[in-house]
Design a protein around this ligand. Sequence first.
Ligand SMILES: C[S@@+](CC[C@H](N)C(=O)[O-])C[C@H]1O[C@@H](n2cnc3c(N)ncnc32)[C@H](O)[C@@H]1O
Length: 294
Amino acid sequence: MSERHDEPWTVLRLLDWTTEFFKRKGSESPRLDAEVLLAHARDCARIDLYTAFADEPGEEQRIAFREMVRRRGEGTPVAQLVGYREFYSMRFRVNDATLIPRPETEHLVIEALDCAKQFSADRPLKIADIGTGSGAIAISVVKNCSSAEMTAVDVSEAALQIAIWNAKQLEVDDRINFVESDLLSAVEQPDSFDIICSNPPYVSESEYTELSPTVRDFEPRGALVSGPDGTEIIARLFEETPDRLSAGGRLIIELSPMIADACQVLAQENSAFGDLRFIKDLDGHRRILSVQRK
Ligand SMILES: C[S@@+](CC[C@H](N)C(=O)[O-])C[C@H]1O[C@@H](n2cnc3c(N)ncnc32)[C@H](O)[C@@H]1O
């Protein structure tokens, strides 16, 4: 961002220059990235930039912006630079211990809320979120289902700290029991759940090497990689959750379209489950698998 003395660095000029820079660096959303970072540097909403195109940000804001632009150019995700990501119309704090919540995971929340409606509203609904990360799924479900009593687990203590922070910030910490656990092994109560949701790691070791550096070098490997095939943790979910689901309860799992066939076979081979359905993402790919405990 070299200074040219004839033209001032207005908001519009900063955005245009940075958009071109991010394009050259291969960002998939260069304009959006530039706007989010400049809004953060100016401590304003992104929409407020549109009425401030002619403003000239002061030195302090420009230094803060320039540093974030430099790091974004090196691959750091925007969410980690600003410290949060919007999910289900809420703001979730993230850091390098948590996966950055993805828009496709909102389909899982919608399926969980739809399933929740099928249970009686007269009693608490026992729901688990396995691999809660930033708490995005657990918190979104609790916020939108008044009868939900949530257990949110993760093997990563550092991720759980962020989830707890988000739950406090969003004022649902009294309705979520956070447990450090390998799947549900350390969860003693309740004995059985009505709904178990999970967005588990489902990337295979070979796919991991092909991921964009913005994901591979900045998001936790343990949140992404499942094992050689990508199906290992999902296979464990099918094996281990039948004992923890009430009859008629549902297991709802996010997966990658590439392993949808393999996961369908795993579900169909397991006699504890029936009523299998897939929910597709906005690109028309099978993204969420939902099965019922017989
Ligand atoms: C793909 S991330 C999902 C995070 C969050 N639920 C979301 O959708 O944004 C998977 C999460 O599962 C956790 N995890 C990995 N293996 C686990 C296991 N065996 N038991 C519990 N959590 C696990 C990771 O630490 C990570 O936070």
